[in-house]
Design a protein around this ligand. Structure first.
Ligand code: GLA
Ligand code: ZN
Length: 671
């Protein structure tokens, strides 16, 4: 995919922070650690173009030549996430504006307005110059456009952005009548008679029209995407045949709708950082990796950044303990990554990220981290044959950025409504049961999945509703969690009683939402516990599986099941705890014919805390096994241990250990 023979290994390389003497040592150490790809130049604009139109490429020529000489391929960045100070001196309006109308300052990166004309002109100049100079460089493997679009300056509220918004709205709605209807501007007398009367959703004492907020987020996503495309199209011309990507922040960037970005890149690349304080952060990692694979359309993807140990930007930057670096890396690899890259190669001595871990720590090569980095390089070269293989799943969770945006708009029934929280609750229950999970968009074909889970799909388009219905009618099993199917794309309530878009499919109607008090816990029959949310739920076709025993809906239905066509649609009207979520998924899993009926979803042989993921391709099946527990585990799985390079009749996994097996026989079918 990017022309490397095995798994790509390396990280962000910022040689400009070091004197020239260090560069040759860097390349030597890269070879020692079997680094074969580095991302260069991500924040180098001010050095490459010290004055507008005057370029200094000598140092980069030298760096690329050294890397090339050492056999290290280059993922060359356009440095457009960090415009030089001269740009803003000449045009202060190129700075982004906050909701409150405050213009951001400088002395940092990503402090530019994405609609700024002077920024766009400067971007074209530097990107063209880089494309000309390096577009056919023998070290070049990949283009790394920009860095983390939408990371810091996702939404700008300045006047240039307002004007762009007017054009975007005119495109979307055709005329003001269309906009007035879609936005429901009869409410609070907001009717517009001219595009120029519409402002971005700037700071106001009470909420702005939710449809306006939602469109502004769509617009912001489109502005960044258009910026990416402009750079990509320049590079395509100047550097034919070289793949182009940009690093996403899938699962952790709310503002960018990565389903909309997926088709723009030649290969999906993702950055992922652990939520360091969480003890179960390996599950969140798995979720982000599975979602990345989904955005990549199931194809292999690149882990463009993660950390060797501590990061620097969370409240408590808990360091990774011995072995964790490899576990994290191989968990990404297991879930489809064909590149394992870090931020960054050599730890910075100065600047805001000097306490961020790196492949080569401040302490140099005498450190544990360096030894683990070098070991990982050897491990990855032993796993070269996994490159290009893919992962398949029977279960999918529906993920939708636009529904995430809409769900978390203000003035909703409860501040406890949280998109990520419900998604993670279902993901975690499935992960713990040893189930391989895909993510899917609400409108995509779901026919290959036995079970589909839909947490908090508050915004449900008619197309999504029809798609979910068709999936169930054809024999699928669906589990829908509360506050789904409520509004359409303009944040207008679907008619006929909640959840309007899914009511017939679920065979029940919600008369009233019954959010709970902070900390309130409620119980359901069957020993289920829940909090946050309940509903005044009435079946109209569905059977009642569980009822509320107490709380505001005591005695009423809580969880229902509806046979539709050849399939089944479950509805869960409350926020079940982990055990409850697991038990409902087990029951639905039985409907779906998944796994051993006595254990519901759990795969035979699976052990809690041991992650088993299969990658298959070219007639071969591989198993990545990661032991997250603190005891040795022995599993009755035979194969060829790729890291020890010997056959094994059982899989012995030490505490915290990882094994990768080539399984015997031809690749089993995904089912
Ligand atoms: C992001 C950026 C990197 C670096 C890391 C630190 O992912 O892309 O440049 O700042 O965060 O974790
Ligand atoms: Zn702006």
């Amino acid at each position: 995919m990017i022309g490397l023979e095995g798994i790509a290994y390396g990280g962000d390389y910022n040689p400009e922070q070091w004197p020239r003497e260090v560069w040759a040592a860097d390349v030597r150490l890269m070879r020692q650690a079997r680094v074969n790809l580095v991302s260069v130049g991500i924040f180098s604009w001010a050095l490459l173009e010290p004055e507008p139109g005057r370029f200094d490429f000598d140092w980069l020529d030298e760096v690329l030549a050294l890397l090339h000489g050492g056999g290290v391929r280059v993922d060359l960045a356009t440095p457009t996430a960090a415009p030089p100070a001269w740009l803003f001196r000449a045009d202060p309006s190129a700075r982004p504006a906050t909701r409150e109308g405050h213009r951001h300052g400088g002395g940092t990166r990503q402090s530019f307005c994405p609609s700024s004309r002077s920024y766009a002109e400067a971007v074209t100049r530097i990107t063209t110059a880089l494309g000309h100079r390096y577009g056919r460089h023998p070290a070049l493997a990949l283009w790394h456009v920009h860095n983390e679009y939408g990371g810091v300056n996702a939404v700008c509220y300045c006047e240039a952005c307002a004007q762009g918004f007017h054009r975007w709205l005119a495109d979307r709605y055709g005329d003001l009548d269309g906009l007035n209807t879609a936005w429901g501007t009869t409410f609070w007398g907001q009717r517009y008679g001219d595009w120029a009367e519409i402002s971005p959703p700037r700071a106001v004492p009470i909420p702005v029209n939710p449809a306006q907020e939602l469109d502004y987020l769509r617009y912001a996503n489109d502005v960044h995407r258009a910026n990416y495309r402009r750079e990509r199209d320049l590079l395509r011309e100047l550097s034919p045949g070289v793949p182009i990507t940009t690093n996403f922040m899938i699962a952790n960037c709310r503002e960018m709708d990565y389903w909309a970005w997926a088709g723009e890149v030649d290969v999906v690349a993702n950055d992922h950082y652990l939520q360091a304080e969480r003890r179960d952060n390996h599950i969140e990692l798995a979720m982000a990796a599975d979602l990345t694979r989904a955005v990549a359309g199931g194809r292999p993807w690149l882990l463009m950044e993660h950390s060797t140990s501590a990061i620097n930007w969370q409240r408590r930057n808990i360091a990774k303990r011995p072995g964790e670096l490899a576990r994290n890396s191989l968990a990404h690899l297991a879930r489809g990554a064909d590149a394992i890259m870090f931020f960054q190669w050599r730890a910075s001595m100065f600047g805001g990220e000097k306490f961020h871990s790196a492949m080569l720590p401040h302490g140099g090569t005498g450190t544990r981290i360096w030894r683990e980095v070098a070991d990982l390089g050897a491990v990855l070269s032993d796993l070269a044959e996994l490159r290009g293989t893919t992962v398949s799943a029977d279960v999918a969770i529906v993920w939708d950025w636009q529904s995430w945006w809409a769900l978390e708009l203000p003035w909703h029934p409860s501040a406890d409504l949280n998109y990520r929280e419900r998604i993670e609750a279902y993901y975690t229950a499935l992960w713990r049961a040893g189930v391989q999970i895909d993510f899917a968009r609400p409108e995509s074909d779901l026919g290959r999945y036995r079970l589909v889970v839909v947490p908090s799909l508050y915004l449900t388009t008619p197309a999504a509703a029809a798609n979910l219905r068709a999936y169930v009618e054809a024999g699928g099993t669906l589990v829908v969690s509360y506050f789904s199917g409520i509004v359409d794309a303009t944040d207008t309530i679907h008619p006929g009683g909640h959840p309007g878009a899914l009511r017939e499919l679920l065979g029940c109607v919600v008369e009233e939402f019954l959010p709970l008090h902070a900390g309130e816990r409620i119980t359901l029959d069957g020993g289920l516990n829940a909090d946050q949310w309940a509903e005044d739920l009435h079946p109209c076709g569905a059977e009642v599986v569980h009822r509320y025993l107490d709380g505001p809906a005591a005695g009423q239905p809580a969880i229902t099941r509806h046979r539709v066509g050849r399939g089944t649609a479950w509805y869960v009207s409350t926020s079940l705890d982990a055990a409850g979520t697991g038990s409902i998924l087990s029951a639905a899993g039985r409907d779906a014919g998944l796994g051993d009926p006595t254990t519901g979803l759990a795969r035979p042989g699976s052990v809690e805390g041991v992650e088993l993921v299969r990658r298959s391709g070219a007639g071969r099946d591989y198993l990545v096994a990661i032991n997250h527990t603190d005891t040795t585990v022995r599993l009755p799985i035979a194969g060829h241990d790729l890291l020890a390079d010997r056959p094994c009749t059982a899989l012995d996994l030490p505490a915290g250990g990882v094994r990768v097996l080539r399984l015997p026989g031809p690749a089993a079918s995904p089912r």
